[in-house]
Unconditional design. Structure first.
Length: 318
């Protein structure tokens, strides 16, 4: 058995005593237990639910600073794109578009020959357009009264119907008229009604299919700066087509409100509203008959519920 080296013996020089070596090993073990976990531990990160309720592409990116702490990357403010024109000019940013409410215009036909049914409309505090027949007993009076109430006036122009047994009334224009006679009658009718800004046809299922007659009428309206509303008393009417071709502002009747009688007005109002909601606008025509004004008044909440804007017909011509 080899004896242990003795202190002071030559073989023990440069060696560490066994007790000290055990202590050093124990200290190294303790240090390893403390240092190694810290070395391999990842930096502390805030583990809040970053993705909760957020779009992945809207999250901030993160960068490592010094390898020990994560910090949010600084955001760069995006510069607005401004397209340039020649000469150094720039486009101005367009204003935000707001969707317009659907619009409806109501025309009251056959004004001029009955008094009370027409004057019942004075109580309605809504935009109305009154189509006044020429040469009626109350034509001039009611046109002036409507104008005083900031309502609009158009000429209700009598035109020839297909049924020759039906009289369209005073001032009617017939296919048998020469161009000079037709133009002369049109001008007289326009002069008979004060405040006229447009025209619509009274009857005229035959007259509105006459290309020559419609061309003559639209030529005069264009010269005077008046618009035309096609009452569509017949589906094959050429009036609105000729007006468009000649660049006369024109509108087309969508619904006869009292076409089913007084009791049918609420139903027809709903039909008119539906058309306005689908098309963006619509034109309804009623007549100066007893009870019509009250029936329309009773239907005003329907327009409000549908968020319809009532306007004068001049705002709907194109």
């Amino acid at each position: 058995m080899t004896p242990l080296p003795q202190l002071g013996h030559p073989l023990s020089r440069g060696r560490v005593p066994l007790r000290i070596r055990f202590r050093l090993l124990f200290i190294l073990f303790l240090l390893s237990e403390l240092i190694l976990p810290l070395t391999f531990m990842s930096p502390a990160v805030n583990r809040l639910p970053l993705f909760e309720g957020k779009d992945l592409f809207s999250l901030d990116c993160f960068t490592s600073v010094g390898g020990s702490q994560y910090q949010p990357a600084p955001k760069k403010k995006a510069l607005p794109f401004v397209p340039h024109l020649e000469g150094g000019k720039t486009y101005s940013a367009p204003e935000k578009e707001t969707r317009a409410r659907p619009r409806i215009a109501l025309i009251i036909d056959d004004v001029g020959f009955v008094r009370q049914p027409t004057e019942d409309f004075w109580a309605l505090d809504i935009p109305l357009t009154f189509a006044v027949l020429p040469w009626g007993k109350y034509s001039e009076l009611h046109a002036k009264q409507a104008l005083q109430r900031n309502q609009q006036i158009i000429l209700h122009l009598p035109l020839e119907p297909l049924d020759s047994s039906i009289n369209p009334g005073a001032g009617a224009i017939f296919e048998s008229f020469s161009p000079q006679e037709a133009l002369q009658q049109l001008r007289k009718n326009l002069a008979a009604v004060p405040g006229v800004i447009g025209v619509n046809n009274h009857m005229g299922s035959k007259g509105t299919q006459d290309l020559k007659m419609m061309t003559l009428i639209m030529t005069e309206l264009k010269m005077r700066g008046l618009f035309f509303i096609d009452s569509m008393t017949i589906k094959s009417s050429l009036a609105w087509k000729v007006a468009q071709k000649m660049q006369v502002p024109v509108g087309i009747r969508n619904v006869f409100l009292d076409g089913l009688g007084i009791e049918g007005i609420p139903l027809q109002v709903r039909v008119l509203i539906e058309k306005a909601l689908n098309q963006g606008s619509a034109i309804g025509i009623a007549h100066t008959r007893p009870g019509v004004a009250k029936a329309i008044s009773d239907c005003l909440p329907l327009f409000q519920q549908a968020q319809i804007e009532l306007v004068h017909v001049s705002q709907l011509v194109k």
